[in-house]
Ligand binder design. Sequence first.
Ligand code: 5GP
Length: 113
Amino acid sequence: METIFSKIMAREIPADIVYEDEHVLAFKDIAPQAPVHVLVIPKKYIHNVLTLEESDTELAGQILLACSKVAQLMGIEEGGARIVFNCGTDGGQAVPHLHAHVLGGRKLGWPPG
Ligand code: 5GP
């Protein structure tokens, strides 16, 4: 499935990459909603959290661990962070490739709009 994120993975379009390993890529959001706003995506194509399968169990854990590593790398692990997975139309998902938003660096409001 070709998306803007697959193009970033293929280095066809530039992104500010902050972390990468065998399973995931993490890069700064182009329209940051907080001082730290990083997207963490699996290299494997998965639409969103709602389409995860049993066989993705290990990968799901790797995505969460990568979010934690990104928070540490960006220096927000002490202040805290919000990690969000928008899913589908009602969830406000614009890019159809599973991604976590790692947001921090300021106090975030709740509830979300
Ligand atoms: P969603 O609404 O699908 O949960 O989030 C998609 C995110 O991708 C948005 O926060 C948006 O700003 C970000 N985004 C869209 N296009 C690009 C791009 O070309 N580069 C980067 N770095 N982020 C993008």
